[in-house]
Design a protein around this ligand. Structure first.
Ligand SMILES: [Ca+2]
Ligand SMILES: [Ca+2]
Length: 260
């Protein structure tokens, strides 16, 4: 074989390998992301639709009732509950294939998608070590030993590196046996001793303002292999909770969509 021709073949082979590599790195991911479309029912407070990489809040009665008698994969308190037909009347009701009502107790999360969603199960316990909580309260100019009405920690491997991250939720809203000048609510992740705040809210307390946060669902809602977090913040009395979807990008949490 002539030297010139050989060189030519090597260049073509290298080009083919390069193109195949680029497709595997970027093309497959893109094709997968483009395909991802889903509708999420987050308790009775939010219905979100995701398609063509855009999130949309569905709130009109007409749009909402279009989901009646559609089948969703349902989860209660982050455990798979079953595939049921849904029907909305102030709250979501579930029905089996015989159209018999199926009752549930707990936090409902339901989805319909063109992919199988990875929904993470996790445990939430009361905080026993307040070191990080005290650090956060101090950072916000609050008494590190402030009494609270809520202090929980949930542990799960959010970034899939084999090590658990801790998600702290601390709040003093709606106190009945003490009356703080300021109310506060914080949700933060501790990973490798680093504190990363998702939710922060503090203001003058009137006893009924602010909201009580909780980590509602952790799931890869857009099928990009990274988990998102749904945070629900319950307000006083029967006001609709504030519901937010967080994505973790470039070392920080960003709200992708909220029901507000
Ligand atoms: Ca981890
Ligand atoms: Ca994701």
């Amino acid at each position: 074989m002539k030297k010139g021709k050989f060189k030519y073949i090597v260049i073509i082979v290298l080009l083919v390998i390069y193109c195949a590599g680029m497709y595997l790195v970027f093309g497959v991911d893109e094709a997968k992301e483009r395909k991802a479309s889903t509708t999420l029912l987050v308790g009775d407070s939010a219905v979100w639709n995701y398609s063509s990489r855009e999130w949309m809040n569905i709130s009109s009665q007409e749009m909402l009732s279009s989901f009646d008698w559609q089948e969703f994969h349902t989860y209660v308190d982050n455990q798979y509950f079953g595939d049921y037909y849904v029907w909305l009347d102030e709250q979501w009701y579930l029905f089996d294939s015989n159209r018999d009502a199926v009752s549930y107790q707990g936090n409902l999360f339901a989805y319909k998608a063109d992919f199988e969603m990875d929904i993470l199960r996790f445990n939430t316990v009361d905080i026993t070590d307040f070191t990080y909580v005290q650090e956060v309260l101090k950072n916000y100019g609050l008494d590190p030993n402030s009494p609270h009405t809520l202090a929980t920690v949930s542990s799960f491997d959010f970034d899939k590196d084999g090590v658990l991250e801790n998600f702290y939720v601390i709040s003093n809203v709606f106190a009945t046996d003490f009356f703080p000048d300021k109310y506060f609510s914080f949700v933060f992740m501790v990973d490798n001793n680093n504190i990363n705040v998702l939710y922060e809210d503090m203001d003058v307390n009137d006893g009924t303002n602010g909201c009580k946060p909780n980590i509602y669902t952790v799931a890869d809602v857009d099928n990009d292999n990274n988990y998102e977090i749904i945070l629900m913040c319950s307000r006083y009395s029967n006001q609709t909770p504030i519901t937010m979807l967080y994505e973790y990008q470039d070392d920080s949490f960003k709200i992708e969509i909220s029901n507000q």
